[in-house]
Design a binder for this molecule. Structure first.
Ligand code: KG4
Ligand code: ZN
Length: 355
C-alpha cells in the first residue's frame, strides 16, 4: 500500500510516499528556517503563509520522486495535531481536498506517534513491545509501545521540552535559531566537565522531566560570570551534557521498568551527536538494544506520518467522509491522545498553540 504522508505542524512543509509503512519512496522537506531566523523563533502566521505557498510543489515533488502520479497512491495520511493550528490547517485542508477529489481514503494522525513510527522505517525496527523516548522542540515524552498503534504514555516534561531548552539556551548565548544543531556543533569544541549545570531527575522513580531550571541556571551563570565568547563552547557543552544525562538515565530506567530490551530514541533532539553516543553506551551496558532513526527521520518529516498512517489505513481507521468533524486540527493534542479519543471530546477551547 502506497501512502502519501503530509506534515505541516510547525515550520517544515513535508510530503513523502512510503510503501507498506516500511519503505521510503520519497521524502521531501521544505524548511522555513530562513523565514523565521530573523525573529529568533517560529512566527505562527508566517509559518501558515509559507505552508500555503509550498504545499502544492512539495507534494508534487514527493509524488514525482516516488514515480507515482496521484493514481498510484492508495491512501493519504496527514498530521492533525499537535502543532500550530494555522499551520496544521493548511496540510489538513490540502489533504482533505486531495483525497476527496481522487476518492482516496484519508487518515489523520498524531504527530508524536509519527515521530515514534520513524523507527518502523529503519532497516532493523524494534520488535514489540518497546519503550520510546521522544525528545523534540515541543515535547519530551516516554511511551510503552505495545503494537504499531498502541502507545501507553509513561511520562512527560512538566515544563520546557528538551529541544525547547536547547533553543532557549542558544538564544541567550546569542547563537541564533534554531539552537539545537548549533549547540551540538559548538559543544564539540568545549569541555563538558568544566561547568556543571543541574540535572533535574525530579522523583527518582518517576518518568517526568523538567528542563526549565537548567535554562535559568545557564542564564545565571552567564550573567554572574561576565562571560566572553571564549567560554561559550564550555557553557554549551556543559548544558548539553546535563540534558543528555537526564534523557539517557530516564530512557534506560523506563525500559528496565517495563522489562523491555528494546528502546527507541526519536524526535529532533535524537539527532544530537552526544545523546546518540551516550545513549548507545548506556544501552550497551544495560543489555538493551537501542534504535535511533537516521538524523533526517528524527527531525520533522512526512515519511514518519505516512508510516503511522499506513497502520491506520490498513485497519480501516479513515476519516470518512474527509469533511467530518473528526478531521479537525488540534493544536494542543496531549501526549497519548489519538484521533479516536480526540473525536469523542468537546472541541471547544481545545485549539491553541503548542509553543
Ligand atoms: O522533532 P522536531 O524537528 O520538531 C518538533 O516536533 O518539535 O524537533 C525540533 C527540535 C528543536 O528544538 C531543535 O533545536 C532540536 O529539535 N534539535 C536538536 C538537534 N537538532 C534539532 N537538539 C539538539 N541537538 C541537535 N543536533
Ligand atoms: Zn516533530
Amino acid at each position: 500500500m502506497k501512502v502519501l504522508g503530509i506534515d505541516t505542524s510547525c515550520d517544515e512543509t513535508a510530503a513523502a510516499v512510503t510503501s507498506d509503512g516500511r519503505t521510503i519512496l520519497s521524502n521531501v522537506v521544505w524548511s522555513q528556517v530562513a523565514t523565521h531566523h530573523p525573529y529568533g523563533g517560529v512566527v505562527p502566521e508566517l509559518a501558515s503563509r509559507k505552508h500555503m505557498e509550498k504545499i502544492v510543489p512539495v507534494v508534487e515533488e514527493a509524488l514525482a520522486i516516488a514515480g507515482a502520479d496521484s493514481n498510484g497512491i492508495d491512501g493519504v495520511a496527514v498530521t492533525c495535531g499537535p502543532g500550530l493550528v494555522g499551520a496544521l490547517l493548511v496540510g489538513l485542508s490540502f489533504a482533505k481536498a486531495f483525497a476527496y477529489a481522487r476518492g482516496l481514503p484519508l487518515t489523520g494522525v498524531n504527530h508524536l506517534h509519527g515521530h515514534i513510527a520513524a523507527v518502523y522505517l529503519e532497516p532493523d525496527p524494534p520488535p514489540f513491545p518497546f519503550v520510546a523516548l521522544l525528545a523534540s522542540g515541543g515535547h519530551t515524552n516516554l511511551y510503552y509501545v505495545a503494537g504499531p498503534m498502541d502507545f501507553e504514555h509513561m511520562g512527560q516534561t512538566r515544563d520546557d521540552a528538551a529541544g525547547e531548552a536547547f533553543d532557549k539556551v542558544a538564544k541567550l548565548l546569542g547563537l541564533g535559531y534554531p539552537g539545537g544543531m548549533v549547540i551540538d556543533q559548538l559543544s564539540q569544541q568545549g569541555d563538558p566537565e568544566r561547568i556543571r549545570f543541574p540535572r533535574a531527575f525530579l522523583d527518582k522513580t518517576g518518568f517526568d522531566f523538567s528542563f526549565s531550571g537548567i535554562k535559568t541556571a545557564v542564564a545565571r551563570y552567564v550573567h554572574s560570570n561576565k562571560c566572553d565568547s571564549t567560554k561559550i563552547p564550555d557553557i554549551a557543552a556543559g548544558f548539553q551534557e546535563a540534558v543528555v544525562e537526564v534523557l539517557v538515565k530516564k530512557g534506560i530506567a523506563a525500559a528496565n521498568a517495563k522489562g523491555c530490551r528494546h528502546l527507541a530514541l526519536v524526535g529532533g533532539v535524537a539527532s544530537n551527536h552526544r545523546l546518540r553516543e551516550l545513549m548507545k553506551e548506556a544501552a550497551k551496558d544495560a543489555g538493551i538494544a537501542i534504535h535511533i532513526p537516521s538524523p533526517e527521520l528524527c527531525t520533522d518529516n512526512a515519511a514518519m506520518i505516512a508510516a503511522i498512517g499506513y497502520h491506520h489505513l490498513s485497519k480501516g481507521k479513515n476519516l470518512s467522509p474527509p469533511s467530518s468533524p473528526e478531521s479537525r486540527a488540534g493544536g494542543r493534542w496531549r501526549a497519548g491522545l489519538d484521533l479516536d479519543a480526540y473525536s469523542k471530546t468537546s472541541h471547544s477551547g481545545r485549539l491553541g498553540v503548542v509553543r
